[in-house]
Design a protein around this ligand. Structure first.
Ligand code: ARG
Length: 560
């Protein structure tokens, strides 16, 4: 239900089509005070058009409006204030939620077309950075939201698993590495070897030549080089998988940069045949209008990140015939994606129109960018473990008899971290603060999860009976909840259209707040003949909170 839209269409008719509906929708306001109704239409702009005072225009409009959903229409100081019929609206929305349940808000826009979502994509043999955390949680939420809209999402982890750094790693491992230590703590150990390499290469630059030699061997599929690389990759993946598992995140493909190694010649040939390549200082580039040229091949003949992304785009279109293709990657790669899309457009591919870079801001520490170098990183897995232990302590104190404490602690701890990120508009920078992440009140994931658990407990205690055919709650206390329930589909729509999960995060916070207010002022479980109706409202809140959390990638425990 979208009352703004309904109201706009009524206004459109009353005004004889003088203003279009979109414009009217934008003009409609939500009054600040309850006494002023549920929606208000200001008539000041119309004064010029109609050559009448806003007051008399408002009065004229108010006199003409009739709608079964409205209880009352008033003209007050140049505004048309409308009051929705609490009775009708509540019975419509509750019926919708009670019958559709978690499918409330579904929309079959996608008709099973594919959207590829390229997200997370960490670099192997390196720690999973906070930037990758952002990509992981935003990408996961966007994949879930597109599925809600009837698309088939293909979740791709475009691993950074190729490049000269693997030559360095091989040299370092052969000189200073031990199989056992790498197996025990792959990422930490490989990072250490990498750092050692750089320290040693400063003293002895010939190490760099050695590293180049090993990367060349790798590109030529040398047995020993390949075996080591595969092993590094496998150990890194094992470690990343632990993190993904903690967060409940899955991928359809782990084809990273290395996968495209044997598919690059084809791309270069294609560009050649299309006459798009030009030589520039010995390198091969595609010149672009209004953008820096896209580098395809270096002077020494090796390919680049962009070449691999070109190959990946062609491969993905070929394999999945995607209707849309999203890349969830930080702001700092904006130029790269502009170039990528521009090259594909020059190649004449129509499907480039469905491609988009979904950028996001940085995770800052004390106002500065976090740096991966010199081990000065915050390790995601450690942050997750800290959050989980914190949640476990909290549960042990507040609910010592809870069964499966560990599992609930995992859901709540990871939920805290995911939500901390997603409640922000993705383009904003976020200050990393473990303390903030672990606050379990205010605008946090655990607060919403806790509200969901509270609703679940009420339903158990009150022995809620589903299958209530007609439910209607028209008391004033319930009204903010009802209004919130009606706008869930709009929050999803905005999140989908703007690739912005924070719309849903903000929504669930509002709904949770409205519910907790209701909980504090109404005796929900009182046996006064209305209990089952109130419980239907509680149930609707539970369903919508759970679905909202799910779309963000959070679980909703029944008890916590
Ligand atoms: N591995 C890259 C990085 O850490 C991100 C890859 C993003 N995806 C892509 N198709 N370029 O910066």
């Amino acid at each position: 239900m979208d009352f703004k839209k309904d109201f706009a269409s009524i206004l459109h008719e009353v005004l004889d089509g003088k203003l279009n509906q979109d414009k009217l929708t934008l003009m409609i306001e939500k009054p600040r005070f309850e006494e002023m109704g549920d929606l208000a239409f200001p008539c000041f702009e119309l004064a010029k058009v109609f050559r009448k005072s806003p007051q008399s225009i408002a009065a004229d409009i108010a006199a003409e409006i009739v709608s079964p959903l409205l209880e009352k229409v008033e003209a007050v100081s140049g505004y048309v204030n409308v009051f929705l019929s609490k009775h009708k609206v509540s019975s419509i929305v509750l019926k919708e939620v009670l019958t559709l349940k978690e499918h409330y808000g579904d929309l079959d826009l996608g008709k099973n077309q594919v959207i590829t979502v390229d997200f997370s994509s960490p670099n192997i043999a390196k720690p999973f950075s906070m930037g990758h955390l952002r990509s992981t949680v935003i990408g996961n939420a966007l994949a879930l939201i597109t599925e809600k809209y009837g698309y088939r999402s293909v979740r791709i982890n475009h691993l950074g698993d190729w490049g000269t750094q693997f030559g360095k790693l091989i040299v370092a491992y052969k000189k200073w590495g031990k199989e056992e230590t790498v197996k025990q703590q792959p990422i930490k150990e490989l990072l250490k070897l990498y750092v050692t390499f750089h320290e040693e290469a400063e003293k002895d630059p010939s190490l760099n030549d050695e590293a180049r030699g090993w990367f060349k061997k790798l590109e030529e599929n040398d047995d020993e080089a390949m075996k080591l690389w595969e092993w590094f990759r496998e150990e890194s993946l094992k470690e990343f998988s632990k993190t993904y598992k903690l967060m409940g995140i899955e991928f359809d493909s782990f084809h990273g940069e290395a996968f495209y190694n044997d598919k690059m010649d084809q791309v270069v040939h294609l560009l050649e045949n299309m006459n798009l390549l030009q030589e520039s200082e010995g390198a091969q580039v595609v010149p672009l209008e209004g953008l820096a040229p896209c580098l395809i091949k270096k002077r020494d003949g090796t390919t680049l990140y962009a070449t691999r992304d070109l190959a990946a785009a062609l491969y993905r279109q070929d394999t999945y015939q995607f209707a849309q293709s999203l890349y969830i990657v930080g702001n700092e790669q904006s130029l790269h994606f502009k170039q990528l899309f521009a090259v594909l457009e020059k190649m004449g591919y129509q499907w480039v129109k469905g491609m988009a870079h979904v950028p996001f801001g940085m995770m800052l520490k004390d106002g500065k960018k976090m740096s991966t170098r010199k081990g000065k990183v915050v390790l995601l897995e450690e942050v997750l473990q800290d959050a989980i232990s914190f949640a476990l302590e909290d549960i042990k104190q507040k609910n010592p008899n809870l069964p499966s404490k560990e599992e609930v602690a995992r859901q709540v701890g990871t939920g805290a971290i995911i939500f901390h990120d997603l409640k922000n508009f993705r383009q904003n920078d976020i200050e990393f603060s473990l303390e903030d992440m672990l606050k379990f009140e205010g605008e946090t994931g655990p607060y919403v999860q806790y509200t969901h658990a509270r609703a679940s407990s009420l339903l158990r205690k009150g022995e809620f009976q589903e299958n209530q055919a007609e439910v209607c709650i028209s008391d004033a206390e319930a009204w903010p909840i009802i209004m919130n329930l009606t706008i869930f589909p709009q929050a999803i729509k905005r999140a989908f259209e703007e690739n912005d999960p924070s719309q849903i995060a903000k929504y669930v916070i509002e709904l949770a707040r409205a519910f907790n207010k209701y909980y504090a002022s109404v005796r929900i479980l009182e046996d006064d003949g209305q209990k089952q109706e109130r419980l239907s409202l509680v149930y609707s809140v539970k369903v919508v909170l759970k679905e909202g959390l799910r779309l963000l990638g959070l679980e909703a425990p029944e008890e916590m």
